[in-house]
Ligand binder design. Structure first.
Ligand code: ATP
Length: 406
């Protein structure tokens, strides 16, 4: 259908970038990026009208996003013919404008284009040796100033290298090192830095990429004290194990993987350093103070629990519940990843798998029906009922009623 719209409008349309790269690698990629040789916005509007979708366009960039009724999205770019060419362009000049568009991209492996018009369907355009680099599993920039032009490409290079099991080409790696010596990352705004870090930490197995970041000297740009010590590596490996466990059990519970890894990565930072790192990444103030407060509470609690366990004190379920209640899952997983104490880890897992779901049966109305006068004592009774449930002192609504009357 996309090709047909292009045919009808007489516009050459290409699938480009990551989609083509992954197609050649046999990796699933549902993000289709298109480049239209000509007016991409016009193309997007026509296509959306034919398919009953919506278009958000950015005329200044010549780009549009088509959102179809099933929720799928399509990014459309223009080759910006109008910016570079004079009127009455010839086809060869049009092709060179596609080249221009692809030349602005980050790595050769992302510069392939596949035509989807019916007359040239499936024809691959490869100006910069992208196919060979895909075959040889190499991440390579297109020119020497690439990382100076856009320092976030350093993160992208590492992300692709690790995800696809490629290798950054030696010359490209040298360019990264010299760009970092020039401190180009200091020029990158916090939000962009943050986005790149989150993309890395949300990869399936981010530890390899974090190791590579450490090896190339990227971590100090997030915080001067940030290092990948053996301890930090251990916490990150544990995080990975726990996140896998958690996802298997609770597929539908939302859990921000990057937060668990970020906390693990920062585990050696002092409180004030942790806050500085968050600020460098321009994390929203309210979010930082929440994470900070939770991290602080978690660490204090870790100590308390370890002390009590050392004294071989028994912990009642209701106490375990009180210790962990109110902490987000990300913090709980971080806590479990960080501790070296198996018993503490078992407590966290007990809380996640069982205790956090436990409820009492009686509600306020039920207490009223029992003839108890409403008031502040209600919340005390409710808490008592929940504690009794957690500690298996009661198991039925009837037993709860008996307890409530006492
Ligand atoms: P992913 O699978 O992670 O989405 P992708 O290759 O589709 O990988 P996107 O971030 O969606 O990556 O970007 C789409 C395309 O835009 C890339 O293939 C790349 O060619 C180009 N691109 C993205 N960011 C940059 C950048 N910083 N510099 C140059 N080109 C970029």
């Amino acid at each position: 259908d996309l090709g047909r719209t292009g045919d009808e409008l007489g516009l050459p349309v290409y699938a480009v970038g990551g989609f083509v790269r992954d197609l050649l690698l046999g990796v699933e990629n549902l993000d289709l990026d298109l480049t239209v040789e000509g007016d991409g916005i016009f193309f997007a509007e026509r296509f959306a009208r034919a398919k009953g979708g919506r278009v958000r366009s950015h005329p200044a960039f010549g780009t549009a996003v088509v959102v179809l009724s099933d929720g799928s999205k399509l990014d459309v770019a223009s080759t910006r013919l109008e910016y570079y060419e004079s009127p009455g362009v010839l086809p060869t000049v049009e092709r060179s404008s596609l080249r221009h568009d692809l030349y602005r991209r980050d790595f050769t492996i992302n510069t392939l284009a596949i035509c989807i018009n019916s007359d040239r369907f499936g024809m691959v355009t490869d100006f910069f040796g992208g196919q060979q680099d895909i075959q040889q599993r190499t991440v390579r920039v297109l020119h020497n100033l690439s990382f100076v032009e856009d320092p976030t490409r350093v993160f992208r290079a590492i992300r692709f290298e690790q995800r696809l099991a490629f290798r950054i080409a030696p010359h490209t790696e040298n360019l990264i090192r010299s760009a970092l010596r020039m401190k180009v990352l200091d020029r990158v705004g916090g939000i962009r830095l943050f986005n790149e870090l989150v993309l890395i930490l949300n990869e399936q197995e981010p530890l390899g990429a974090v190791r590579r970041m450490a090896m190339l000297g990227l971590l100090p740009f997030i915080h001067p004290q940030l290092r990948l010590s053996p301890e930090t590596e251990r916490a990150m490996t544990e995080s990975s194990r726990l996140l896998t466990w958690f996802r298997l059990l609770y597929l539908n519970d939302p859990c921000q993987q990057w937060q668990v890894y970020f906390l693990a990565l920062c585990e050696r930072l002092r409180d004030d350093e942790f806050q500085e790192a968050c600020r460098r990444l321009s994390m929203p103030g309210r979010f930082v103070s929440q994470v900070f407060a939770h991290r602080h509470r978690a660490l204090v609690m870790l100590e308390t629990l370890q002390r009590r366990l050392k004294r071989a004190q028994d912990l009642r379920n209701s106490e375990i519940y009180d210790s962990f209640h109110g902490l987000p899952l990300e913090i709980l997983l971080y806590l479990a990843a960080r501790t070296k104490n198996d018993q503490v880890r078992r407590l966290v897992s007990l809380y996640i798998t069982r205790l956090r779901h436990m409820r009492r049966e009686l509600d306020g109305n039920a207490l009223k029906e029992l003839g108890l006068a409403p008031g502040p004592n209600y919340s005390r009774i409710m808490k008592r009922l929940l504690d009794a449930r957690l500690d298996a002192e009661v198991g039925t609504a009837e037993e709860e009623r008996t307890l409530a009357r006492e």
